[in-house]
Design a protein around this ligand. Structure first.
Ligand code: UD1
Ligand code: CA
Length: 476
């Protein structure tokens, strides 16, 4: 098999994004556009990927350098193109890095949704000895390079929109910007490019006529699905491709049996903070209501139900658990776990290191951070558990909190099995509430409560009879 070298053009400015961020680093599903394109190098088992950078080159290179090892085994190189004199000029910059024995696949850093099987078909059409163009028929071909064919139907060349005659502009088959070409042929053609055209640019597309003149076969692999070759030039196009990508992911999940209330209101994204690739792993009979956002790696066990508008990142939720609407679960780097049969939300917040056992109940406005809750423990209303170990069947009352931070250090709170914490308590860590102990409502607990004891720490209630409230004084 002929080795593959991928060349990705990513030097353009992306003026219409109106952003400080280089266009190819704009995110689709939480992942920079360029990284989506580089995934192709891994899918195609390419030998190398050469990224042509220009605008924002330093940022693009910094954001991408670590990727090759993670994505596959290809060799990743960056080459600067300054100034940018056209697509032909861009590819010329890569020439010193393109061995003659390879096939070159030219991609654009702003075209993220090309299917691997489409590129594989293009590579097969090239077969190391033909010029293969990926083309698509568009209802509105405005702006694109047109595929000009001879009377026999064979491709004769590509003419750019701005250089095209009226007759050529009526051609609806356009060049996608993607081609596969043997390096040994590409190099001499690139050397012959001129910028004698309407835009004064070196057009890569001019090599097609050169191939025809040289008698090298030119083949077009024509696809119907315009999304696969759609580029991102504006926020509106980015949003359009985002929705298309999300719909693809939703369809794939539904094919596995996941029941999505509305595939158009589903999002699964990479976690840019931790660099975790998007992965939603679902058991059988998982149901997901509308408007949920999954980030990074999320595992949902058999029969899990996710209510509307939940945000869940880097977490695992075991079989039969129910996550009620508007719940926020973010495991970030530490992860978060919800045990089998647990009930969480609505409006609950699980933060990194939240580890809930089986049948734990977490109710509305309860926040859990870096805390372990053993099987059957409950915190049903308005509470905070931070840096705590909560035993089995503990009932943690409404409005109670762990004061885990003394302004300098964090301390742990231990609540042993079957303890009952009343409402509106402050457990000042480090502190231990023994097994089966009770803490009276409204207590501020600064000392350990022994097992089985009642700990109360609050002013005693007094009743002063016939209490006279202050009366308003007459003005002098
Ligand atoms: C190009 C094709 C056109 C095709 C269209 C598909 C040429 C001459 N024309 O046109 O036939 O229909 O793509 O989208 O190739 N870039 C660089 N350096 C440069 C110029 C461009 O890296 O000097 C990069 C851009 O950042 C972009 C890609 O190359 O990622 C394509 O450039 P663009 O200007 O969008 O090409 P088009 O004029 O749209
Ligand atoms: Ca373009």
């Amino acid at each position: 098999m002929t080795p593959l070298d991928i060349l990705i053009m990513a030097a353009g400015k992306g003026t219409r994004m109106k952003s400080r961020i280089p266009k190819v680093l704009q995110r689709l599903a939480g992942r920079p556009l360029l990284h989506h394109v580089l995934d192709q190098a891994a899918h195609l088992r390419a030998r190398s990927a050469i990224v042509i950078t220009g605008h924002g080159a330093m940022e693009v290179e910094a954001a991408t350098a670590g990727l090759a090892g993670a994505a596959g085994t290809f060799d990743l190189k960056f080459v600067r193109q300054e100034p940018q004199l056209g697509t032909g000029h861009a590819v010329q910059q890569g020439v010193p890095h393109l061995p003659d024995d390879g096939m070159v696949v030219v991609l654009s850093g702003d075209v993220p949704l090309t299917r691997p099987e489409t590129l594989r078909a293009l590579v097969e059409a090239c077969a190391g000895e033909r010029l293969a163009l990926l083309t698509v028929e568009l209802a509105d071909p405005m702006g694109y390079g047109r595929i000009v064919r001879g009377a026999d139907g064979a491709v004769r060349g590509i003419v750019e929109h701005k250089d095209a005659s009226e007759a050529q502009r009526s051609i609806r088959e356009v060049y996608s910007g993607i081609m596969a070409v043997p390096a040994r042929h590409l190099k001499p053609w690139l050397a012959r490019l001129t910028n004698d055209n309407a835009q004064g640019e070196y057009y890569l597309t001019d090599i097609v006529a050169m191939a025809v003149a040289d008698g090298l076969p030119v083949v077009a692999h024509r696809i119907q699905d315009a999304l696969q070759v759609a580029g991102v030039n504006s926020p509106s196009q980015l949003a359009e491709l985002e929705r298309a990508h999300q719909l693809r992911q939703a369809q794939a999940l539904m094919e596995q049996g996941v029941r999505l209330a509305d595939p158009a209101r589903f999002d699964l994204r990479d976690d840019a903070r931790t660099g975790t690739r998007a992965a939603l792993v679902c058991g059988q009979d998982v149901e997901i209501d509308v408007g949920c956002i999954f980030t990074g790696r999320v595992e949902l066990g058999e029969g899990v139900s996710i209510g509307a508008h939940c945000c869940i990142a880097n977490a695992s939720i075991a079989a039969g658990a129910v996550i009620h609407p508007y719940t926020h679960i973010d495991g970030e780097k530490l992860g978060a776990h919800v045990g089998a049969g647990a009930l969480v939300g609505p409006y609950a917040r699980l933060r990194p290191g939240a580890q809930l056992g089986r049948e734990v109940h977490i109710g509305n406005f309860v926040e859990v951070k870096n805390s372990m809750m053993a099987d059957g423990a409950k915190a049903n209303h308005l509470a905070y558990l931070g840096d705590a170990s909560v035993g089995e069947r503990v009932n943690y009352g409404a409005g109670s909190i762990t004061a885990n931070y003394d302004g300098a250090n964090k301390h742990r709170t231990v609540i042993e099995a079957d303890a009952h914490i009343g409402s509106n308590c402050v457990l000042v860590a480090p502190v231990t509430i023994g097994a089966g102990a009770t803490v009276g409502g409204g207590s501020t607990i600064t000392k350990d409560v022994p097992a089985g004891a009642l700990g109360v720490a609050r002013g005693r209630q007094v009743a002063i009879a016939n209490w006279q409230r202050p009366a308003k004084q007459a003005k002098p």
